[in-house]
Design a protein around this ligand. Structure first.
Ligand code: KIV
Ligand code: ZN
Length: 384
């Protein structure tokens, strides 16, 4: 359970299915190069992700080749390919060499009518036919009912039952347009769990900023797998973010994953660089400000005991605490920097440095180096 120093989960084991390379890459404007995809896949495997959705092979021959080569270099993680319910897509996935296929079809009336232009019964037939092909080829099949959360409940159960009877190994509930809340997500998962016997996964989008909470409550409802992306990248407002979900699962659900938390920050930085998507400064766990302190009262508390203003020890997630100097700083911040760098100043000199900082009008935070330079100038003038 939650403790500032780390988590000692003793509860259920939750499978982490990462879709940074598929749904994440569907973020407007992102295209990873083959090398970047390889590097991300390597880091995901190294940090303990169980299943990596490497892409959608039917998209292009380049995508097909990347999936094939990631699949041939992976060791422990299972490599998965996405496929619609059509023969061409399924054979592309089979030919890419993966043993794990993620087959999806939309089940909501909105999608059936406006996008697929087929009836509910036709959708059920496609589910059965597609899963049969994949199973005959010996693949592990995860089936997703796209737009599940806007699907009529009785029909959703029929769709998942059809998938189960056709041989699917797992079903996934996508909240495709992110319209759930934690309670409704918990309820839909527990309702599906009452009707089928294979494992249930959740895939939450972040249109209302609730993807992490919804994913965690999906687990509360009985899901044993979470679909996530690094930094929460993905279509529109993105997907549930890996770093928030795995730490939240450990902190609040006593749930175990295979994730090595100390590797979270490195992969977050790599995905940000490769995707060109900057991480919002105040993003939980991986944002620049997540373990930074400026206000005098906070810094005082942190100096006495970091637990005062930190939910978790930054080192636990591969981070370091920073003290930022600015308009809200107090004397203790200056003293902390000077002590850390072995610089001795009198009380009046510290006061003078603080006044200089407070009268600074620039937009950037006043960093440690500038404090040290100011102190050294004072020492020079005083002639020590
Ligand atoms: O959001 C979604 O519905 C998806 C499916 C392909 C699973 O990404
Ligand atoms: Zn999605």
């Amino acid at each position: 359970m939650y403790s500032r120093e780390g988590f000692s989960s003793t509860g259920r084991k939750i499978t982490v299915f990462d879709t940074t390379l598929r749904d994440g890459e569907q973020s407007p404007g992102i295209k990873f190069s083959p090398e970047e995809k390889h590097k991300i896949a390597y880091m995901l495997e190294d940090m303990g992700v169980d299943i990596i959705e490497a892409g959608f092979p039917a998209v292009s021959s380049e995508e097909f080749n990347i999936i094939k080569s990631i699949n041939s270099t992976a060791n422990r993680a299972k490599i998965c390919a996405l496929s619609r319910c059509n023969d061409g897509d399924i054979y592309s996935a089979i030919n890419s060499g993966v043993n794990y296929i993620h087959i999806f079809i939309a089940t909501s009336d909105i999608h059936l009518k406006n996008k697929l232009k087929i009836s509910r019964e036709e959708a059920l037939k496609k589910i059965e036919h597609s899963i049969n092909i994949a199973k005959d080829a010996g693949l592990y099949v995860e089936f997703s009912a796209e737009d599940a959360t806007r699907t009529d409940m009785d029909f959703l159960i029929r769709a998942f039952k059809t998938a189960e009877v056709s041989g699917a190994n797992k079903v996934n509930i996508p909240d495709t347009v992110g319209i759930m809340n934690p309670i409704s997500m918990r309820n839909i998962v527990s309702r599906i769990k009452q009707n089928i016997d294979i494992p249930v996964s959740v895939h939450c989008h972040n249109d209302f900023g609730l993807a992490t909470a919804n994913t965690i409550f999906g687990v509360e409802g009985g899901a044993s797998q979470v679909q996530v992306t690094v930094n929460g990248i993905g279509e529109r407002a993105g997907n549930a973010s890996l770093e928030e979900v795995v730490t939240g699962l450990a902190a609040f659900m006593n749930a175990k994953t295979n994730i090595d938390f100390s590797k979270i920050y490195n992969i977050s930085q790599a995905v940000s660089r490769f995707s060109g998507m900057e991480i919002q400064k105040n993003k939980a766990i991986v944002g620049e400000n997540a373990f930074s302190h400026e206000a005098g009262i906070h810094v005082n508390g942190i100096i006495n005991s970091p637990a005062t203003y930190e939910a978790i020890n930054p080192e636990f997630v591969g981070r370091q605490r920073t003290i930022v100097i600015g308009k809200h700083s107090g004397r203790s911040s200056i003293e902390w920097i000077l002590n850390k760098n072995g610089i001795k100043c009198s009380e009046d000199e510290v006061k003078y440095i603080l006044e200089e900082i407070k009268s600074y009008n620039g937009k950037e935070a006043f960093d440690e180096d500038r404090v040290i330079n100011l102190a050294r100038n004072i020492i020079k003038i005083r002639g020590d």
